[in-house]
Design a protein around this ligand. Structure first.
Ligand SMILES: Cc1ncc(COP(=O)(O)O)c(C=O)c1O
Length: 379
C-alpha cells in the first residue's frame, strides 16, 4: 500500500532536505541519565523544563531516566505533556480567564502545581480552582537575583506564602526560584553569586519554618548551575531543561562537554563564492539569532569543527567563517551546526530527525505554538 504519511517514510540523513533538526539520541539519553544520576545521588528530584524540546518523545525519555514530572511555561506545553506525564508544574503566571480555563481543563489525572508571585493571580487561581473542584498546588516564586519575576525580599515571600496557605481553592506547597542571572559558575563572580543564592534560600527557609510555613517543595535550578545544585542547601527539586540537548551557551559556560551536544541543525553549503567564507542554507529562521552567553563570539559553530563559526546571518543564509580552519567546503557539502541557544532554535523546527545508530526517526515537536493541543481555535 502506498502511503505519504511522513512517519511511514524512511528517512536518510544524506538525502533529507535541509535545514533539518537532528538529535543524537544516544547523547540525549546520556545527558538525561547523567542529570538524573547526579540529582539522585544528592537526594534531589528532577523536574525538567520542557521548553527546550517541546516533544512528548523526549519527555517520556526523561521520565524513564528518573524525572518526577515536568515544568512547563505555556498552556500548550501543559496540554501536550499532560498526555504523557501526570505531574506538571506551570512555572509561569496564569494571568487571565483564557489561561485559567485551559489550565483547569487539564486532565484530572494530572497533579498540578503553579508558581506565581502576585496576590491577585493567586486569588483568581483559587477562585477558578474551587469552582472546578480541582486541587491546585501553589509555589511562591521568589526573585533570587534575576529581577524578572518573583516576590521581592524574604518578608514579602513569607507574607505571600501565608496568603497562599490561607487562600481557598489552592494548596500551598512551597517556594520556587530561577537562578537565570548566574551563568559562569567557574569564576569568582559565579562563586559569589552561588554563595549569595545559597544564603538567600537558607534564610528564606528559616523564616518560613519560624512562621509555620515550612515548604514541602523548594524548586530551583538551571543548566548552568545544575552541577552545583548540591551546594545550595534546602533545594528539593531542580528544573534544568537545556541539559537534555545542551548548546553552544552551556558548552562555553563549562556546564556541558563537547560530547554532551545532542542537537544540531543539518545544513547544506550553498555558496563558496566569497573567499574565506561558506554560506549554508540555515540562517536566523533555522538557527535563531541569539547572543552567545559564555566566552567567544558568533551565532553558532560546526559540531565537528568548532573552530568554524557562524559569523553572521540573513533569514535563510548562514555565513561560516573559514579563517581559523583549513577545511575548504564544496557547494553541496553538509554540515551540522550547534546553535548558541537550543531552546529558541528548536521552536523554529518542524520536527526532529532522531538518529540512533543506523535508525533515523521523525519525532514531533507537538508543543510548539500557542493554540490548544486539541486543535480548537484560540478565542
Ligand atoms: C522558570 C524556569 N525554570 C527552569 C528553566 C530551565 O533553565 P535551563 O534552560 O538553564 O536549564 C528556565 C529556563 O528558562 C526557566 O525560565
Amino acid at each position: 500500500m502506498r502511503t505519504d504519511r511522513a512517519e511511514d517514510m524512511e528517512i536518510s540523513l544524506a538525502s533529507v532536505e535541509t535545514p533539518a533538526a537532528v538529535l543524537d539520541v544516544h547523547r540525549v539519553r546520556a545527558n538525561a541519565a547523567r542529570a538524573a544520576a547526579y540529582l539522585k545521588e544528592h537526594g534531589l528530584t528532577w523536574r525538567p523544563h520542557v521548553k527546550t524540546h517541546k516533544s512528548r518523545r523526549v519527555t517520556s525519555l526523561q521520565l524513564e531516566a528518573g524525572a518526577v514530572g515536568v515544568t512547563v511555561a505555556t498552556l500548550r506545553e501543559a496540554e501536550v505533556m499532560s498526555t504523557v506525564c501526570d505531574d506538571i508544574l506551570l512555572a509561569y503566571p496564569p494571568v487571565g480567564e483564557a489561561k485559567l480555563r485551559r489550565l483547569l481543563s487539564l486532565s484530572s489525572r494530572v497533579r498540578l502545581t503553579v508558581a506565581l508571585d502576585d496576590p491577585g493571580v493567586l486569588r483568581e487561581l483559587g477562585r477558578a480552582a474551587a469552582l472546578r473542584e480541582r486541587r491546585v498546588g501553589v509555589l511562591v516564586e521568589v526573585d533570587a537575583g534575576m529581577r524578572r519575576v518573583g516576590v521581592q525580599g524574604i518578608p514579602a515571600a513569607v507574607s505571600m506564602a501565608r496568603l497562599a496557605a490561607n487562600t481557598p481553592g489552592v494548596e500551598y506547597r512551597g517556594v520556587l526560584h530561577y537562578p537565570g542571572h548566574i551563568r559562569d559558575t567557574g569564576g569568582p563572580e559565579g562563586e559569589r553569586a552561588l554563595g549569595e543564592l545559597g544564603r538567600t534560600v537558607e534564610e528564606l527557609l528559616d523564616r518560613l519554618g519560624s512562621a509555620g510555613l515550612t515548604p514541602e517543595v523548594v524548586s530551583g535550578g538551571s543548566t548552568p548551575t545544575l552541577w552545583r545544585s548540591h551546594e545550595l542547601g534546602g533545594l528539593t527539586e531542580v528544573r534544568s531543561g537545556t541539559v537534555i540537548f545542551n548548546d553552544r551557551d552551556t558548552r562555553s559556560l563549562g556546564a556541558a562537554a563537547p560530547e554532551g551536544l545532542a542537537f544540531s541543525v543539518l545544513a547544506t553549503v550553498v555558496s563558496t563564492a566569497v573567499p574565506g567564507r561558506a554560506v549554508i542554507d540555515a540562517g536566523s529562521k533555522a538557527l535563531a539569532r541569539e547572543p552567545l552567553r559564555g566566552p567567544g563570539e558568533g551565532l553558532g559553530e560546526l559540531l565537528d569543527r568548532p573552530e568554524v563559526t557562524v559569523v553572521s546571518m540573513s533569514e535563510e543564509h548562514g555565513i561560516l567563517d573559514l579563517s581559523e580552519s583549513d577545511w575548504r567546503p564544496q557547494v553541496g557539502d553538509r554540515v551540522q551546526v550547534v546553535p548558541n541557544h537550543v531552546c529558541v532554535c528548536v521552536n523554529l523546527q518542524d520536527r526532529f530527525l532522531a538518529v540512533e545508530g543506523e535508525r533515523v526517526e521523525a519525532w514531533e515537536i507537538e508543543a510548539r505554538g500557542r493554540g490548544p493541543f486539541s486543535g480548537e481555535p484560540l478565542v
